[in-house]
Design a protein around this ligand. Structure first.
Ligand code: FAD
Length: 291
């Protein structure tokens, strides 16, 4: 049962930050409520004040600038990202990831910012944002700061957000030429969280022969979304072959630090990392060759 709380509904960012600063640990921000309400119903979270930011429309947008790149307001629902032509055309893996996140109903309500702030290591957006080199903007009454998305999650359900801070924007740089990015997850129930999720981004040299740069990010494979940096080294600077992708998958599976739970054992998750890194790497490579 949900305990009683006082509901506050600011309409501007300034109002939201003021309330957050005023009520501190006694309050909780709610965006789409798709993760928080589950915790409140279970009695795991019982805020005295619930600050709904759903009406703060200035945080709901998708903008693209050829120099600055993509800017997504933290309150943008998953469904808007999935259906954005700019994202479908220029950031395929982001749209692809959103299509597999939960159900349409959840995607209509749930926001990208809420997903990142919930910091479930099995969340879908984080690995894709990490390989896209995304930066996150946070704001409080004291000002704003940005941080690489890969540094945002600190532990299970714990983020780098400080007291009084809201996540306000996701910033994705312009994608370099000859880049291919892909994401997939394995899940037992379609529209559920990942048992393991893998995102890979590959930048090829201008002649399309060697791998100039690569990022591999794993979800549901450690307490936070993580980069498989040793696996990346297997590919960086080389002409990528099937054999190298197999080796990268093997190394990523040893770098991962997964748990055993009701969905999968640790061993099974390591096996999934091995298989999916190769599979997603192949797809990213094929896309890079056509980019
Ligand atoms: C049935 C179901 C299936 C799901 N399947 C998936 C799935 O397949 N993949 C996946 O990744 N997720 C899945 N989820 C999780 C959920 O969809 C996402 O986590 C959702 O995006 C959360 O966003 P929200 O806006 O609803 O966040 P809320 O529930 O409103 O908030 C989540 C947390 O973030 C904080 N918060 C929200 N916005 C901000 C902000 N701007 N700044 C600071 N703190 C903030 C809140 O205080 C709270 O702690 C599923 C959820 C359900 C109910």
């Amino acid at each position: 049962m949900i305990r009683d709380f006082e509901y506050l509904a600011p309409k501007t960012l300034e109002e939201a930050l003021t309330l957050l600063s005023k009520y501190g640990e006694e309050c909780k921000i709610i965006a789409g409520g798709q993760s928080l309400l589950v915790l409140m119903r279970q009695g795991l979270v019982a805020p005295k004040y619930l600050i709904s930011i759903k009406g703060v429309s200035e945080l709901n947008y998708i903008n693209y600038d050829a120099k600055k790149g993509l800017r997504i307001g933290a309150l943008t629902p998953h469904r808007a990202i999935e259906n954005s032509p700019v994202i479908q055309n220029g950031f395929t893996a982001l749209a692809e990831m959103e299509r597999r996140l939960a159900s349409i109903q959840t995607r209509n309500w749930g926001t990208i910012g809420g997903n990142l702030c919930h910091a479930d290591p099995a969340g879908d957006p984080a690995p894709v944002l990490v390989v896209l080199k995304a930066t996150l903007k946070m704001q409080s009454l004291d000002g704003e700061r940005t941080m690489a998305s890969e540094d945002f999650s600190l532990d299970y359900f714990e983020t780098a957000l400080g007291p009084g801070e809201l996540l306000t924007e996701i910033q994705v740089p312009v994608v370099s030429p000859h880049t291919g990015t892909a994401y997939t997850k394995f899940n037992v129930i379609e529209s559920d969280l990942a048992t393991v999720g893998v995102a890979v981004s590959i930048i090829l040299s201008s002649s399309n022969s060697a791998c100039q740069d690569v990022r591999i990010a794993l979800g549901a494979s450690a307490p936070t979304p993580m980069r498989a940096k040793q696996a990346e080294e297997v590919l960086r600077g080389k002409k990528i072959t099937d054999a190298l992708l197999t080796e990268a998958g093997q190394i990523a599976s040893t770098e991962a630090d997964p748990i055993s739970d009701i969905y999968a054992s640790e061993e099974y998750r390591r096996e999934l990392v091995k298989v999916l890194v190769k599979r997603v790497g192949k797809e990213a490579l094929a896309r890079a060759k056509q980019a």
